[in-house]
Design a protein around this ligand. Structure first.
Ligand code: ZN
Length: 408
């Protein structure tokens, strides 16, 4: 297989998680009786551009089908993050009623709704039917399409060139990264700005975040690699921020190479240097990851087996994609975790792919008083611990599996 960005032949493995079902394919009761499809899940690293990438992948059209159940608006932390960003960027770029904001992978309008509130024209691009429909209910124009050169040329020819293009957690999901970034170059207005947020590969490696690996994630980026990709399409990253979201993300700011009105901030060079110092431009950094992930896996399994032997009851909270990766990689089934609670009514009554653990409403925690509640979306653990603080009434405890197992 060749590198998805630079075409170099890939020979180094980053991690082999063997195989897993698509992490957002929650199953109905009827589907439990049918065969389930597992796809290989192995990541490779390119020693020329350091892009960590999935080896085999499904067509994204297959994964983002009409039953896709991830609705951004269900996390309060994420909504707060979105609102804060909107206030900041409106002021930084002086956006107003004559501007155009475009968000790629706009989901259910969780972010664009705040631009709409301020009277700033905006549009979303969202290939998933169910989430796009939710966005339209909020009055947000949403195109049900995948973004790339084709769509960029079409909109550009219609004169719809945005002052601001936003892509939060989409860059990693793009199968053809060159087509996507070239599309950004085509559609961005001269003088316009692109901001993209994506999980920082440095934080993934250093925080043992192997559970953020799933089929929908094609690429895992350092700033170094994203910088190379954007440069090759005549876009310049002129600023970068490190964010706490998703276990540690980067927000990059990019512009046309021809636009000299925005100097490159010192923060860009500083972070590139930090990545180099950590070893991200040498192969050893990547080759040790499997061992780190396996250590977490064995500790987590030991904990679950120990509780089972002691007759303790363990349940989980948060039927998110990362939970499915963790449970499937560790081979956990419902004998070790009785059920998983999720706030989304779209998931309740269904079963997790692979592990077949049932998804139920929060009231089941109050009713069954478990000894341990395992928090799968550890990136929002504070929000969840606050919400479920009542488990301490019966001496219930929280378990967070990543970066290493922690009980509180
Ligand atoms: Zn490469």
């Amino acid at each position: 297989m060749k590198c998805r960005f630079c075409g170099n032949y890939l020979k180094h493995q980053f991690i082999d998680m063997v195989s897993a079902p698509p992490s957002n394919s929650f199953l109905t009761k009827e589907q439990l009786d049918k065969p389930e499809v597992f796809y290989p899940l192995r990541l490779m690293v390119c020693e020329k551009c350091w892009l960590v990438q999935i080896d085999e992948y499904k067509k994204s059209e297959e994964i983002f089908n009409k039953d896709y159940t991830y609705f951004s608006s269900y996390s309060k932390t994420w909504l707060r993050h979105a609102k804060k960003y909107v206030d900041m960027i409106i002021s930084r770029l002086s956006l107003n009623a004559t501007s155009l904001v475009m968000e790629i992978a706009s989901n259910d309008g969780y972010l664009l709704q705040y631009f709409k509130e301020k009277g700033i024209p905006c549009m979303g691009i969202e290939p998933s039917v169910s989430t796009a429909q939710e966005a339209r209910k909020k009055g947000i124009e949403t195109l049900e399409e995948f973004f790339g050169v084709g769509l960029a040329e079409k909109l550009s020819n219609e004169g719809r060139k945005p002052d601001l293009i936003i892509g939060n957690n989409v860059l990693a999901h793009v199968p053809n990264i060159n087509d996507f970034v070239k599309g950004l170059k085509i559609i961005l207005k001269p003088g316009g700005v692109i901001t993209m947020e994506f999980p920082h590969l440095m934080r993934l490696v250093e925080g043992n975040q192997f559970d953020t690996i799933y089929h929908e994630h094609f690429s895992y980026f350092s700033l170094h690699t994203v910088n190379r990709i954007f440069s090759s399409h005549d876009l310049v990253i002129f600023d970068v921020e490190e964010l706490p979201t998703h276990g540690g993300s980067l927000r990059i700011y990019a512009r046309h190479v021809e636009d000299n009105s925005k100097p490159v901030e010192q923060r860009v060079a500083a972070l590139l240097e930090k990545e180099k110092t950590r070893g991200m431009l040498a192969i050893d950094y990547y080759l040790g990851f499997q061992h780190k992930a396996d250590k977490v896996k064995y500790a987590f399994l030991s904990f679950l087996v120990e509780q089972k032997k002691r007759g303790k009851k363990v349940v989980a909270y948060g039927a998110a994609a990362k939970g499915n990766t963790l449970l499937n990689y560790c081979g956990v089934k419902k004998d070790l975790i009785e059920f998983v609670v999720d706030a989304s009514p779209y998931k309740q009554g269904k079963y997790l792919p692979g592990s077949h653990i049932p998804v139920v409403a929060e009231k089941e925690i109050k009713r069954t008083k478990p000894d341990y509640v395992l928090i799968l979306p550890w990136n929002i653990k504070d929000e969840i611990m606050e919400q479920l603080g009542y488990i301490h009434e019966w001496d219930g405890r929280f378990v967070v599996p990543i970066p290493e197992i922690e009980i509180s």
